[in-house]
Design a binder for this molecule. Structure first.
Ligand SMILES: Nc1ncnc2c1ncn2[C@@H]1O[C@H](COP(=O)(O)OP(=O)(O)O)[C@@H](O)[C@H]1O
Ligand SMILES: [Mg+2]
Length: 502
């Protein structure tokens, strides 16, 4: 339905879309829409456009146009500037908080390009309104569009956030002022007003949709969107690793990073039937990386799954949360001087990540050579140092420590956490002591003694050992280890706590 008539607009924005010249007028009084082939003039009440900008009253059908650079602006430019500013500020709030859901804890280490929020919203909008694919695609292919967009974004959001530069920390956006005008509510304290507004609004958007040339629609549907709108995460980065793009296969990106051109062999690490989620990338004996796939914990990890229901520190079960925790604690520990692998490629959407390969053997493999290996004492020391820095591993099982002949690395941080009580620390000690009994019950109690004495030697708290010697920490292992061996090991921990022997 086209409404005709004389309308005065406070400001007129002229946009050159492919095969359509669109004039969008913002009026303080009324709406009128006039169209003929190749040209559409819509004068729309400022209140309606505002409500679309703030709360998607028209499904952002009008707001989506504002993301383009007008070819000319006639009238009161301030009205336009203020409107655009509010839209962009909203996109910052919404798009960046979406990232928070994808990156969980690692969000703290995330940076976004200044234009990310706008591009991310373009990606979303062009899925709803297919003609925007061509329109946005054309814009994003022009250098002057970025100059314009960057100007808008810097003026608006970064002013508020007090940040400058192209990359800004995501958490800064999050803590930025989040004023939320409830426009529809304001106008429609009386629901009738809101309804009236809704009616007019739907007429406006209907007319707009009718005016979109068929050629533009057809072209858009057959065309691939611009890469940035196909994957806006190209505009997001972590402090120390690449984020995988969904435009290229994970393996291909990893080859580009590690320099190993072709994956010659991928070895799935497994030991004694315990399923591992890690593969090594290998070429001619050279191992640049391990690739870890995160799947939601079900029965695969019997220990984690069973402990989830016991009165013990809880494991994280969700794949995405574990992937993000692993990256977050890997970086935290590296900064605090612990030995950890280097993260290479993080892919939260496909739930996998690549880390540098540590040339060495894990503490379980060492057990195959000798049953009282010295690195077990070092594991005790390492746990004490971790605990003094406020971090617990939760999964301190010996396969998660890799020894390179000199240093002991922690390789599995998906369950790591800030210590929130003595239980977290005690559980680490208990797991370190009891877990190896699964592989080698022989000399198990002596290994526990090494761990406990290493723990005290490096300043570990005696109370933690006392706590770890409680029966409840032994319970999860009863299914797999003979009770007498467990009990003997438990007493060793208790004795170490009481006597402080080394
Ligand atoms: N960066 C690494 N370098 C060398 N070996 C590793 C690395 N990461 C893991 N591993 C080996 O793979 C095994 C499984 O990896 P881990 O991260 O512990 O996954 P899972 O969740 O399956 O326990 C480890 O026990 C260790 O032996
Ligand atoms: Mg592990």
């Amino acid at each position: 339905m086209l409404l005709k008539g004389e309308c005065t607009a406070a400001v007129r924005l002229v946009y050159d879309l492919p095969s359509l010249r669109l004039v969008l007028g913002l009026s303080r009084e009324r709406n009128c829409i006039e169209g003929r082939a190749g040209r559409l003039e819509a004068v729309v009440q400022l209140d309606i456009v505002s409500a679309d900008v703030e709360e998607s009253l028209l499904g952002e059908a009008l707001a989506s146009i504002l993301l383009l650079k007008p070819v000319c602006i006639e009238g009161d430019k301030n009205v336009y500037d203020e409107l655009l500013a509010r839209y962009v500020a909203r996109l910052f709030r919404e798009e960046v908080s979406r990232l928070k859901r994808l990156f969980h804890k690692s969000y703290e280490r995330l940076q976004v390009a200044d234009i990310y929020p706008v591009v991310a919203r373009m990606a979303r909008l062009q899925r709803i309104y297919p003609w925007l694919r061509t329109v946005y695609g054309n814009a994003l292919r022009r250098g002057d569009y970025y100059t314009w967009l960057r100007g808008v974004v810097q003026d608006v959001a970064l002013h508020e956030l007090g940040a400058s530069g192209v990359w800004l920390p995501a958490k800064l956006v999050d803590s930025g002022p989040g004023q939320k005008l409830r426009l529809v509510q304001q106008l429609g304290g009386a629901p009738k007003v809101a309804q009236l507004l809704g009616n007019i609004a739907s007429q406006v958007s209907l007319s707009l949709l009718q005016a979109i040339p068929q050629t533009l629609l057809i072209e858009s549907i057959s065309r691939k969107p611009h890469p940035l709108t196909r994957d806006p995460l190209l505009l997001v980065r972590l402090d120390a690793a690449r984020i995988a793009t969904k435009l290229i296969r994970f393996e291909d990106q990893l080859y580009a990073i590690t320099g190993v051109k072709r994956l010659l062999r991928s070895v799935k690490l497994s030991r004694k039937g315990i399923i591992r989620s890690v593969r090594t990338v290998e070429a001619g004996g050279f191992r640049p990386a391990v690739v870890k796939r995160y799947i939601d914990i079900t029965a695969v990890k019997w220990l984690a799954a069973s402990i989830a229901s016991l009165p013990l520190p809880r494991p994280r079960l969700r794949a995405l949360a574990r992937l993000n925790a692993e990256y977050y604690y890997n970086r935290l520990l590296e900064e605090r001087g612990f030995n950890v692998p280097q993260p290479l490629l993080i892919d939260p959407r496909r739930r996998q990540a690549a880390y540098s390969y540590i040339e060495g053997v894990d503490l379980v493999a060492i057990l195959q050579r000798e049953s009282l290996p010295e690195p077990y004492r070092e594991a005790g020391r390492l746990l004490a140092r971790l605990h003094s820095s406020g971090v617990a591993l939760w999964d301190a099982n010996p396969s998660n420590f890799v020894y390179d002949g000199k240093r002991l690395y922690v390789v599995d941080l998906e369950q790591a956490r800030e210590i929130n009580g003595i239980q977290d620390a005690a559980w680490d000690v208990a797991v370190a002591c009891y877990y190896s009994l699964l592989y080698a019950p022989h000399n198990g109690p002596e290994r526990a003694r090494m761990i406990a004495s290493g723990y005290l030697e490096a300043g570990g708290n005696r109370e933690v050992l006392l706590e770890a010697a409680k029966h409840k920490y032994m319970v999860p292992f009863l299914a797999a280890v003979p009770p007498n061996v467990l009990e003997k090991t438990r007493r060793v921990i208790l004795a170490a706590a009481s006597s402080g022997e080394n």
